[in-house]
Design a protein around this ligand. Structure first.
Ligand code: SF4
Length: 397
């Protein structure tokens, strides 16, 4: 890997680690407004088209303190940390907030943000979650229209169709570049670690999209040739809204695994779907919301035609993953409710898997190490056919 790529990866990793500093620096540099967007469905293209910087609000690394009293213990780590950040003034760099989701716990956290940030606008557009209903496309289109209108009020400028189309094109390129890197990983390119790939996605949720895209172009252009090795190929699954801690990813790889694919929000889920560029941009954004769930089913949505477990099995067959590690944020209800189904399907297919629950405060690295080592040993001892690994040129498009 060249020195310049290493430098670029280090720069993106630093931004992923400390988004607040980037936001402050961007505001000083541009004088623009920053939109704090909550995961996982807000179409950031709309904020970008209004000239604002859309930033998906990340879990931070500070131990929770004040915020512990604001949400009950059985809220997930992400939402409790958001409440903590709001109470400590760590969200003061945002000029307003947009939310397009309705996980109950997220709503609770956003209520805390609303009460702690009374001087700033917070817009909640509840998107339809019955994805297959006949009325859904029309309702979603109306909601997307309301996002555009609210964003225009927030930014003090109109959001034109032409600006939205330009933002869509830029965001699509960004997603495509990330998918190229993910495809390289799937084919066995071991030179990007799971932590580095996560940093690429996470920094993209924070940075100015044009700046991030330039960095990605540089990395993709200098991508090394593939070197396959004999590490156990693992698929990471789950973990909505916030990124698994890098220590967890590092521990998994230190045990002798290579992460070849995932369906994490800070991973393949985030970049699964492009927005059509050849139709009315508002219609395209609405379709993106619907199509995204078809491509990468999410347990916070309801669609009878597709299932997450089917998608998971397809991914495993295509990547040649030999086992699955499910990363679940403790108390994440949508994931908890869906997990038994995933587990059942993995067992039916004889695919070794391990559940690791995560929390905001503390990572029990040694306990995780022991459990991952046991999983890998089980996979190595299983008389499974050699992984059918796709060729690099077949997966990099
Ligand atoms: S979907 Fe899960 S991780 Fe996201 S806010 Fe809701 S409970 Fe937390």
């Amino acid at each position: 890997m060249s020195d310049t790529i290493t430098t670029t990866l280090t720069m993106l990793g630093a931004i992923a680690e400390d988004p607040d500093s980037y936001v402050a620096q961007w505001k000083r540099r541009t004088g623009g407004k920053v939109v704090g967007a909550f995961p996982m469905n807000f179409p950031a293209e709309i904020a970008h088209a209004a000239g604002a910087l859309p930033v998906i609000i990340q879990e931070n690394r500070e131990p929770d303190s004040i915020g512990r009293n604001l949400l009950a213990e059985f809220y997930c780590g992400y939402t409790r940390n958001i409440a903590d950040q709001a109470a400590k003034g760590r969200l003061d760099g945002y000029d307003g907030f947009f939310l397009a989701d309705h996980c109950i716990q997220l709503l609770g956290a956003v209520d805390v943000v609303r009460s702690e940030s009374e001087d700033r606008p917070l817009y909640f557009g509840q998107l339809e979650s019955a994805m297959g209903a006949t009325w859904t496309p029309e309702v979603v289109r109306e909601k997307m229209r309301s996002f555009v209108d609210e964003m225009a009020v927030f930014a003090g400028t109109s959001v034109t169709a032409a600006a939205l189309s330009r933002s869509i094109t830029l965001f699509n390129e960004n997603r495509r570049l990330l998918r190229t890197l993910f495809a390289a990983r799937r084919s066995g390119n071991a030179r990007l670690t799971a932590t580095q790939l996560q940093s690429l996605v996470k920094s993209g949720m924070v940075m100015d999209k044009a700046e991030h895209t330039r960095a990605l172009r540089h990395i993709v252009a200098g991508l090394d040739e593939v070197t396959r090795d004999h590490r156990v190929r693992i698929h990471l699954s789950g973990h909505f809204c916030h990124a698994p801690k890098p220590e967890i990813l590092q521990t998994i790889e230190e045990c002798g695994a290579i992460v070849v694919d995932d369906d994490l929000y800070h991973g393949a889920r985030y970049i699964s779907t492009d927005v059509a560029e050849d139709v009315d941009p508002l219609a395209a954004i609405s379709d993106w919301y619907l199509q995204r769930d078809a491509n990468m089913p999410c347990p916070t949505r309801v669609r009878h035609a597709t299932d997450w477990e089917d998608r998971l099995i397809e991914s495993i067959e295509s990547s040649g993953a030999e086992g699955v590690i499910v990363l679940m944020a403790k108390f994440c209800e949508p994931h908890m409710l869906y997990y038994p189904q995933l587990r059942k399907r993995l067992s039916e297919y004889g695919i070794a898997h391990l559940l690791i629950e995560t929390e905001h405060d503390g990572v029990p690295v040694e306990s995780i190490r022991t459990r991952v080592e046991a999983l890998l040993e089980r996979i190595r001892r299983t008389d499974r056919p050699a992984a059918d690994v796709p060729e690099y040129q077949d997966v990099v498009k």
